[in-house]
Design a protein around this ligand. Sequence first.
Ligand code: NAD
Ligand code: DAU
Length: 358
Amino acid sequence: MILVTGGAGFIGSNFVLDWLADPAAEGVVNLDALTYAGNLANLASLKDDPRHVFVHGDITDRALIDRLLATHRPRALVHFAAESHVDRSIHGPGAFMRTNVDGTFTLLEAARAFWGTLEGAEKAAFRFHHVSTDEVYGSLKPSDPPFAETNPYEPNSPYSASKAASDHLVRAWHHTYGLPVVTTNCSNNYGPYHFPEKLIPLMIVNALAGKPLPVYGDGQQIRDWLYVKDHCSAIRAVLAGGRLGETYNIGGWNEQANIDIVNIVCSLLDELQPDPAGPYARLITYVTDRPGHDRRYAIDARKIERELGWRPAETFATGIRKTVAWYLANREWVAEVQSGSYRDWLARNYGGRVADPA
Ligand code: NAD
Ligand code: DAU
């Protein structure tokens, strides 16, 4: 078995689905607290697959983690569980400290105790794979080279600070205790099952509902977008062949300004689901910027390419077309996640932002 945390969220569920798509794959124990971002509907296709064991629980629950490790004796722990949305971290940082920092600490301590009981080949094979973000490196200027693994950490938001803290804990548990860890720092993902609080799915669902498309500030902030299944294949590559104690940056060499992303989404919707009221881009509305908004992220992915031969399978053109088509084909999934608590979030995050003629 492998133990996955956060496997009902966006990237975690894509990872579990891809992993179990291989009939020869080891089983997955999937531990998830099912916060607003966790959704068992993402895993519906696994309901009759005995290789998938879902456990509803919290990564800060040490007794539960100890029990899962002792019972299933996983050969790896792949840690996705986190509070992941920057805007939510600005409104309420506490949950980010609890899950991202305390939760990672709890998992490291439980993994250390379990690993200490292993011997021989089982001990040598064990891995703790920590899934992290490029946001720990801070913000780039237009002329800066992309983030390499050697860049200093300069996190700017409560979210990225909590992820940076967790990365440091993982590093220290390797350095001090010898725990066999690998860390990956990935750029912005997009694809199926992406919760519509994040830029790309929010723009798709708002456009289809005829609602404004809120672009923060001048819309010239740059992100480096990677199709989620390419992130999953990179994690598999690092889990299989990454060097212990090392970090690997993952990205698609695909820097795009937010406003360009929104226009691409609008053009695809114009083609695939035309709106009789006119082009979707008419809904673009510039609004008050995110406080402390990082201007540019970009990933230098040469280390994982060189050492592990990993390459993304999708270009942005193919990945974004698949993504828009997925949202059009999965309206029920979208309707289900737009529950009462989702509407409360929209009011909290967008209610106070004034339209800004950038
Ligand atoms: P997500 O918010 O979609 O999912 C997070 C999952 O973790 C949810 O299923 C949630 O229920 C679960 N969870 C939250 N708190 C928990 C707790 N205390 N105990 C157990 N489960 C808990 O996040 P995502 O976008 O899938 O991100 C997954 C990981 O990848 C995170 O660690 C994130 O920092 C990292 N990451 C995300 C991106 C991205 O673009 N989304 C890019 C790079 C790295
Ligand atoms: O870089 C990796 C990170 O990417 C992950 O670690 C995070 O978990 C993930 O949420 C993502 O963070 P961002 O803050 O970059 O993603 P988000 O989708 O929230 O925003 C992308 C950009 O779009 C960012 O510059 C803010 C802007 N934006 C976002 C929203 C939700 C808007 O202009 N309008 C919006 O309504």
